[in-house]
Design a protein around this ligand. Structure first.
Ligand code: SAM
Ligand code: SF4
Ligand code: SF4
Length: 379
């Protein structure tokens, strides 16, 4: 277990280290895969390391207090820098972009960035699948502008329908009804299909699994239950607070008729279950739920996600300790060709599979290098 004293270690040192970029890259035209044969498909871009919530599993108050050293504005990638990198990632196979954070809607004029990203095209002339993960607090105000800028859909995080539980988890007293109003606004703006993420912590909100499933059944929104993960180094993660997805499913099956559904896309993180109708078959009108079992059933085998931090570091795994400094290339005057080559070389050398190693007992989550925080790299 992580000692509580560790929680006060400043994280800045880690963020300033950058890994050396490998020189060799796959030959141009060759499909880019990493050392385990995984293609590069999703790019998650963190647009801010700040948040207006203090979820205990992500940004605990004791660490992320008033004196926490957030990144200064000048070190953030500009929208132009992000868009330039996104274009170079597309050339290497990226087809989906997810904006995240911190709370991405706190980044000033994030609609302007979405507009620039929405104008990008794949080599076949197709637009990208652009989405965003948000805590929903600013969604009621921003949903229309986001949709107008070209955002396709959103994922909203909501851990409980019970105010007392939710407020204990977000730790800033934010009410459930305002997140629900944000979700409604997103639906009205056409940001669909909406996904709702619920992080499940044993002893905290596990009793909300069934009420949440009941609320979102038949709503057109897919509710996904996420196992509480050992991301970062500050949330005091303990295995005994993880409620395995198998147990979540057992509780759901006691209430609802569910049938397994196929994966919707390669690299999809959620195991999908559909609500069945009277004939025992999946009824699309009743919708589906998802189980994201990063701890008990890892999905590293087809992990096709790269993560770009707020200050332009490229991370190859959610549990990485260090990233590659692409901002140094951007601001050092490197050409598109040189940066594209670097991205190819970095992905080509990728071997990360943290969750698999943890699950097989070959890695101790409480030892080794200090990992980056979820709020810095995005979910
Ligand atoms: N602030 C936005 C939000 O909460 O949706 C976007 C960033 S947040 C880091 C992205 C996702 O990661 C959220 O759905 C959040 O619930 C999830 N998350 C954060 N810490 C987690 C943890 N320790 N285990 C599992 N999921 C976590
Ligand atoms: Fe903020 Fe999202 Fe982390 Fe909660 S999970 S503290 S809303 S970044
Ligand atoms: Fe991908 Fe790393 Fe998660 Fe495995 S642990 S699925 S490699 S992000």
């Amino acid at each position: 277990m992580a000692a509580m004293g560790e929680r006060n270690i400043p994280l800045i040192d880690q963020r300033t280290a950058g890994l050396p970029i490998p020189a060799a890259a796959p030959a141009p035209g060759q499909e880019l895969t990493d050392t385990r044969g995984r293609p590069l498909h999703d790019l998650r871009i963190s647009v801010t390391d700040r948040c207006n919530f203090r979820c205990t599993y992500c940004m605990p108050k004791e660490v992320f207090g008033a004196d926490y050293p957030y990144l200064p504005h000048a070190s953030l990638l500009t929208f132009e820098e992000i868009t330039r990198l996104a274009r170079l990632f597309i050339a290497h196979g990226v087809r989906k972009i997810r904006l995240t954070g911190g709370e991405p809607l706190l980044r000033k004029n994030v609609e302007g960035l979405i507009e620039q990203l929405a104008a990008l095209r794949t080599p076949d002339g197709e637009p990208l699948d652009i989405t965003l993960t948000t805590n929903g607090s600013l969604l009621a105000r921003k949903a229309r502008a986001l949709a107008a800028a070209g955002l396709r859909r959103v994922t909203v995080s909501l851990d409980s329908l019970d105010d007392a539980v939710f407020q204990r988890m977000n730790d800033v007293g934010f009410p459930v009804r305002e997140v629900l109003a944000g979700i409604e606004a997103a639906q009205a703006a056409g940001l669909a299909p909406i996904k709702v993420n619920m992080v499940v912590k044993r002893g905290t909100n596990a009793h909300e699994i069934v009420p949440m499933a009941r609320h979102f059944r038949g709503s057109g929104m897919a509710l996904r239950f996420i196992e509480y993960m050992d991301v970062g180094a500050t949330n005091g993660w303990r295995m005994d607070e993880v409620l395995p997805s198998a147990e979540v499913l057992r509780r759901l099956q006691a209430e609802f008729a569910l049938v397994p559904l196929a994966h919707s896309a390669p690299g999809e993180t959620a195991e999908r279950w559909g609500h069945a109708g009277a004939d025992g078959r999946h009824d699309p009108a009743l919708g589906e739920i998802g189980l994201i079992s990063s701890v008990t059933r890892p999905f590293c085998g087809d992990c096709n996600r790269a993560r770009l931090s707020t200050e332009g570091r490229l991370y190859l795994c959610l549990f990485a300790s260090q990233g590659y400094d692409l901002r140094a290339l951007l601001r050092g005057g490197a050409s598109d060709e040189a940066i594209g080559h670097a991205i190819g070389a970095i992905w080509g050398h990728r071997a990360d599979r943290y969750s698999e190693l943890r699950a097989s007992g070959r890695l101790d989550p409480h030892s080794g290098e200090r990992r980056i925080e979820m709020s810095y790299i995005g979910g």
